[in-house]
Structure formats: C-alpha cells, structure tokens
Design a protein around this ligand. Structure first.
Ligand SMILES: NC(=O)c1ccc[n+]([C@@H]2O[C@H](COP(=O)([O-])OP(=O)(O)OC[C@H]3O[C@@H](n4cnc5c(N)ncnc54)[C@H](OP(=O)(O)O)[C@@H]3O)[C@@H](O)[C@H]2O)c1
Length: 231
C-alpha cells in the first residue's frame, strides 16, 4: 500500500531528492513549492502521473497556505514533511551587528512556517495512517554544540525545535508524532558544493528513519541516519 507524503520546498535540494526517492519506491507525493509547475517537478509529474500532486505553496503566506489547503481538500497524508528553509543573507548577521529585517525573514520561513503548515494540514494527517509530522531542522540549532556565528539561521533552527516539540506535545494524544531532523551537510544550493553528502544519500536516510519512527520517537531530534543530536 503506497504512503502519501507531503513535502514543502519539493522543487529543489533535499525536498526534490526526497520526492524523487519516494516516487521511485512507489509512494505518492504532494510536492508543495512556490512554483510546482516548472523545472524538475514538471518532468517528474509527467513521468509519475497520479503519484505526484503539484501544490502551489508559499509557506510564509497565510493566504497561500489556505489556498493550498482548499486545493488539497480532505486528502489523507501519512507524513507531512516541513523541509522548506532559508539560510539568510551571509555577512549581515553576528552577535555584534545584525540585519534585523533579514533575521525576521529567516524566522518567517524556518520557524513560523512549519507550525503554520502543520496546523493547516493537521486534519489531513489525522485522516492518514502514518500520523507523522517531520521537520527538517539543523544541527546548527544545537545549543549544546556551543555555537558561534550564523546567528539568524542557528537561532531559527533552535526556535523551530522548541516550536515543534510544543506542537508534538499538543498532538501526542491524537497519536501523531512530531519528529525533528538534521539532514546532514548536504550538497544543495544551501549546503554548497563542498558539503559532505549528496541529496540522494540524505533523502534515503531520512526516509528510512521516518519509516521506522513512531510515537516512541515523538519529540526526538536526530540526524538523517537516526542518531540523537544534543539539543
Ligand atoms: N543543505 C544542508 O547542508 C542543510 C543542513 C542542515 C539543514 N538543512 C535544512 O534542510 C532544508 C532543505 O535545505 P536545502 O539544502 O535543500 O536548501 P535549498 O537547496 O536552498 O532549497 C530550499 C527550498 O526551500 C524552499 N523555500 C524557501 N522559502 C520558501 C517559501 N517561502 N515557501 C516555499 N518554499 C520555500 C525553496 O523554494 P524556492 O526554489 O521557491 O526558493 C527550496 O525548494 C532546509 O530547512 C535547511 O535549513 C540543510
């Protein structure tokens, strides 16, 4: 029985690699993106008619989320995966000199949006069998790693960890698991060409780890191969 996953930011990077891998193994994907009609998603939609549902979604916009929710209707989702994220402009953020407008924009995408999307599509997750909401955070959000630099991005990932743990506690009694992941340092536009692993490797690890997860894992923060990360 194929599962249905909804992935935000499905048009490139890790989101696209997740979409390709899920389609390859026969699952269905609701591929949410600001432009889900062009590029790689258009080619995949032509190859996988019926298995890929393109969904226009700007995760920072209440109107866009409401329109996407209306377009999706009551379709059950087994896994809702918050993947869309931004790094923020480089060189304008430090503890000593901060571009506050940029910091706010990073929070819009990396912190507020995962909760906005989770709230909107919760009825779809409740209608599904998988009952998982997964969010791609980052090891850079770990306070335990005694971090410095990249303040906007790091603080956004720390904040989304807290946000989705509070969400996880709110949906625990509905038997829905909230899972947080570091995807590895991945060769995407964000990770850069010198990163450790290919998007395909990250995607395969994340899918296997999410497949094996259940309520016992709710509110865990793990890497793509399933090992726990210090908060
Ligand atoms: N790459 C790494 O090494 C790494 C490490 C740790 C964590 N992560 C996390 O992994 C996730 C995916 O990163 P990536 O490396 O694949 O990044 P990426 O290649 O830069 O892709 C980012 C994705 O997010 C989408 N996005 C950004 N703002 C959006 C918005 N307002 N509405 C909808 N979609 C939006 C982008 O869509 P557009 O094409 O429309 O801009 C794109 O699909 C992010 O949450 C990131 O923080 C990545």
């Amino acid at each position: 029985m194929p599962q249905t996953w909804m992935i935000t930011g499905a048009n490139r990077g890790i989101g696209l690699a997740l979409t390709i891998e899920l389609l390859r193994r026969g699952d269905h994907v609701v591929a949410a993106a600001r432009n889900p009609w062009g590029g790689a998603l258009a080619e995949l939609a032509a190859e996988h008619t019926g298995a890929l549902t393109p969904l226009e979604l700007d995760v920072t916009s209440d109107e866009s989320v409401a329109a996407a929710k209306a377009a999706l209707g009551k379709k059950p989702l087994d896994v809702l995966l918050n993947n869309a994220g931004v790094l923020g402009a480089r060189g304008e953020e430090s503890a000593l000199k901060m571009d506050f407008a940029m910091w706010r924009e990073v929070f819009e995408v990396n912190v507020y949006a995962p909760l906005r999307v989770a709230q909107a599509f919760l009825p779809n997750v409740e209608a599904g069998k998988g009952r998982k909401v997964a969010t791609i955070s980052s090891r850079m959000g770990s306070i335990g790693a005694n971090p410095s630099g990249s303040l906007a991005y790091r603080s956004s990932k720390t904040a989304v960890n807290m946000t989705m743990v509070v969400f996880g506690n709110a949906v625990r009694e509905r038997n829905i698991a909230s899972l947080l992941f570091h995807p590895g340092w991945v060769r995407t536009d964000m990770g850069g060409g010198g990163a450790d692993i290919a998007p395909q490797e990250s995607a395969a690890g994340l899918i296997a780890t999410i497949d094996a997860s259940g309520m016992a894992d709710t509110n865990s923060f793990r890497n793509w191969t399933g090992e726990a990360i210090a908060w």
